[in-house]
Design a protein around this ligand. Structure first.
Ligand code: ATP
Length: 252
């Protein structure tokens, strides 16, 4: 198999006496949706926060395309190609959909203050990136609407578009389906399917039907540790997962 875009080894995070994430190994490959599932408090948010650089790891390593980014601060990690969408809404509601996207695109571009002619070029480049991201996220027709007027589902699509506008190669998606109706879920799943091309996608999600439909690989966490990792078909019949996570009795 090709080298993982993101390779995580022995990742651990302690909060005082509590080990929230314990020795997690994880590989994210280009063209794959890799879902991380687990009961409440299993450590999924702590894991994604360590991967994006929002909280520091206590132990272990995170390699992005072969480069050790474990100690790299979040903004530099984002510039290096790690994009993240959030559970909470991070959009500016009074700005247009396009402006929201352009702001994240521009934030990723390295300013070079000594080149006085560059601001205008950067502006144009970030606009183009933002427009491309909106097309990919299926929001091109809403570009001039104020972001606050979008439906809940479209706001979540905008979160993904804002992440895409940063030009990531690895996408970390934190519950992109939360609070969505059936139709919005279908649209988002279509988008995730399409986003696999050219990206490695990590999906933390509670909607199990959606996870089993969309994921190429599923990693199951219980109490901070990985108890199983495999294809949806493998996870569905894994006895450890059935007992520890799906709550089934051994004889079921
Ligand atoms: N900043 C913190 N300080 C102390 N304990 C924390 C902190 N963040 C998380 N924890 C604890 O770490 C454990 C894992 O929490 P985490 O939020 O990562 O789980 P989760 O799988 O994302 O849960 P959920 O599905 O409910 O979002 C929990 O016991 C939680 O209480």
């Amino acid at each position: 198999m090709a080298e993982a875009r993101l390779a995580v080894r022995g990742l651990t995070r302690r909060f005082g006496g509590l080990t929230a994430v314990s020795g997690v190994d994880l590989d994210l490959h280009d063209g794959e949706v890799h879902a991380v599932i687990g009961t409440n408090g299993a450590g999924k948010s702590t894991l994604i926060n360590m991967l994006s650089g929002e909280i520091a790891a206590s132990e272990g390593t995170i390699r992005l395309e072969g480069r050790d980014v474990t100690r790299m601060p979040q903004p530099r990690r984002a510039k290096a190609g790690l994009g993240r969408s959030y559970q909470r809404t991070t959009i500016f509601p009074e700005f247009t959909v396009l402006e929201n996207c352009r702001l994240t695109a521009q934030a990723q571009m390295r300013p070079r203050p000594w080149r006085i002619w560059e601001p205008a070029q950067r502006c144009q480049a970030s606009l183009e990136r933002a427009q491309e991201a909106l097309v990919r996220a299926g929001l091109a027709e809403q570009a001039q609407r104020s972001a606050g007027s979008l439906s809940h589902g479209a706001k979540r699509q905008l979160e993904v578009a804002m992440c895409l506008a940063t030009g990531p190669r690895v996408l970390l998606l934190d519950e992109p389906l939360a609070g969505m109706g059936a139709e919005e879920t279908e649209r988002m799943l279509g988008l995730l399917q399409e986003l696999k091309t050219g990206h490695a996608v990590l999906l933390v999600e509670h909607d199990m039907d959606a996870v089993f439909r969309i994921a190429d690989r599923i990693t199951v966490m219980v109490n901070g540790s990985v108890v199983a990792s495999g294809t949806p078909a493998q996870i569905r019949v894994d006895p450890v997962v059935r007992i520890a996570y799906l709550g089934e009795e051994e004889h079921a």
